[in-house]
Design a protein around this ligand. Structure first.
Ligand SMILES: [Cu+2]
Length: 316
């Protein structure tokens, strides 16, 4: 198994990788072969048939050569047909999801990834999956076009607003894989990174179990602080009073907030909750309505914890 990668390609960590790489190297060596054949031919003929001193004779070149012409039509035709059939088979394999695949919902938004599992567990920027099991990804975007790109899986698929795209993979072995966004999506596009953590089947079940009870043994404000980073709030909201893409959480709770349109509201629990689940309903004055909704991405308990966390920052 290739865990370090080669000069041209990253490590291969999915069942599709071997086939993709084989086709890549076929094209690569074929190109080198023809490069040498053609440029070599040009050089050799240029030398061999150059005009020599005192040679003024002209010869009549052949008008055609049936054998040669047939060969340069038939040989490339066979080669491109091989490439076509090979590539098409791989494309079909990547397009048709195995029936027993576990479905995970992927949501892309500026500038992070969210994943939600069949049992309601959800994470941001970290996808945990078992090795040796096909995983189906049902993907959509909350805003602009993003692209789900995992080099070590040889997997890339665009993620679009208002439409689902589907892809799948099966990881070969436990380990971490980097997830990039491969479609320029704004200021922090280059920071739209995620991790695909492949674990054993047993570890995956344990992880799901602990995740289902995440935060149960912590006080809500501490758990909220954890969610603040793990769910991506940190990309837009500071907790030290500095303004980012969104207002800082410092000193918000219990204070008056000026809203777009000239009204004000005192930030209480309901306001915070509404701001998380339905951010467009009350937009803070001086900010763009760019906050994505977390409806369906956070459990009730998570929202409670975030409210408690923001509350704890307001009282300070
Ligand atoms: Cu993106």
């Amino acid at each position: 198994m290739d865990t370090t990668g080669t000069f041209l390609l990253p490590p291969s960590a999915s069942t599709m990788a071997g086939e993709t790489d084989a086709l890549f190297y076929f094209l690569y060596y074929l190109s080198i072969f023809f490069f040498i054949l053609i440029t070599g031919g040009v050089v050799v003929f240029a030398i061999k048939f150059r005009r020599k001193k005192g040679d003024i004779s002209t010869t009549k070149g052949p008008s055609h050569n049936t054998v040669l012409e047939t060969a340069w039509i038939v040989v490339p035709l066979i080669l491109v047909m091989i490439i076509f059939v090979w590539g098409f088979k791989g494309f079909m394999k990547q397009s048709v999801v195995p029936k027993d695949a576990m479905e995970i919902k992927v949501t892309a938004q500026k500038w992070f990834w969210s994943f939600s599992y069949p049992d309601g567990t959800s994470t941001a920027n970290e996808l945990v999956v078992p090795a040796g099991k096909p995983i189906k990804l049902l993907m959509s975007s909350q805003d602009v076009i993003h692209s789900f790109f995992v080099p070590s899986f040889r997997l890339k698929r665009d993620v679009l607003p208002n439409r689902y795209t589907v892809t799948w993979f099966e990881a070969l072995r436990p380990g971490d894989n980097i997830l990039f966004c491969a479609e320029y999506c704004g200021t922090k596009h280059s920071e739209m990174l995620g991790k695909i953590k492949v674990v054993s089947d047993r570890e995956f079940k344990e992880w799901l179990d602990t995740n289902a009870n995440a935060g149960a043994d912590m006080n809500p404000a501490d758990y909220g602080a954890k969610l603040y980073t793990s769910r991506g709030c940190v990309t837009c909201h500071s907790v030290d009073g500095s303004t980012g893409n969104g207002p800082s959480f410092l000193g918000v709770f219990g204070h008056e907030v000026a809203l777009k349109g000239g009204t004000t509201i005192v930030a209480d629990e309901n306001y915070i909750r509404e701001s998380i689940l339905n951010p467009q309903s009350k937009v803070v004055a001086g900010f763009q309505p760019i906050m994505p909704t977390y409806q369906g991405l956070l459990k009730d308990r998570d929202v409670d914890a975030l409210v408690a966390y923001i509350k704890s920052l307001g009282e300070k």
